[in-house]
Design a binder for this molecule. Structure first.
Ligand SMILES: Cc1cc2nc3c(=O)[nH]c(=O)nc-3n(C[C@H](O)[C@H](O)[C@H](O)COP(=O)(O)OP(=O)(O)OC[C@H]3O[C@@H](n4cnc5c(N)ncnc54)[C@H](O)[C@@H]3O)c2cc1C
Length: 161
């Protein structure tokens, strides 16, 4: 199942209005007795009797519990999507085959799989210094990329996935 589809199913199971979109948390403050004030980037605040921090690697809530901060673990990933793989990128589609492709070597590797829409989704992994991506990759304008899309993500996580 595509991640977006799972997300849609979970969101559809919630009462209308349960999710308030477009509210970026700028800070949280303990008020005592388990209550917290949550401040948002638009200047509004709310007070809650139960606060669950599920805001990812750069969580605004985690500092209430821990001094731990994300750190680069030495692995950078470049992610690509080749749309209409069989038609527009037949050589790549043939290499990936009917399921997944893993081509792994010391300090680098390629992982690719087919998605339900016919997209070939690829991660290229490199063990490189954190600055490497910034100086090595230039964004490709959409028209030149001919239907493919590349983005990069640096490894701000405790372990490679
Ligand atoms: C390219 C890539 C591929 C991955 N592939 C896999 C995989 O194949 N298998 C696997 O198990 N894991 C994979 N992971 C890791 C996995 O995505 C993460 O471990 C997981 O999403 C972490 O979940 P989370 O709920 O902690 O944070 P997230 O999924 O990052 O969710 C945090 C949410 O909080 C929101 N948020 C953040 N800051 C604020 C703020 N200040 N105010 C309001 N909202 C905020 C964000 O918008 C987001 O919706 C991958 C990660 C990446 C980047």
């Amino acid at each position: 199942m595509q991640r977006g589809e799972l997300r849609r199913i979970l969101l559809d199971s919630l009462p209308v209005g349960a999710v308030r979109w477009g509210h970026k948390v700028s800070g949280v403050r303990a008020l005592g007795e388990g209550r917290h004030e949550v401040a948002f980037a638009d200047g509004t605040t709310l007070t809650t009797s139960l606060l669950v921090g599920a805001d990812g690697a750069w969580s605004r809530v985690r500092p209430l519990l821990s001094d731990a901060a994300p750190e680069y673990v030495g692995r950078s990933f470049i992610e690509t999507h080749l749309f209409d793989g069989d038609t527009r990128h037949p050589a790549s589609a043939k290499a990936v085959g009917g399921g997944s492709l893993f081509a792994l070597a010391p300090d680098k590797g390629i992982q690719a799989h087919r998605e339900s829409s016919g997209t070939l989704h690829t991660y290229m992994a490199f063990s490189k210094p954190q600055e490497w991506l910034a100086v090595s990759i230039s964004p490709i304008p959409p028209r030149q990329s001919r239907g493919s899309h590349a983005s990069s993500t640096t490894g701000h996580r405790s372990s490679p996935h």
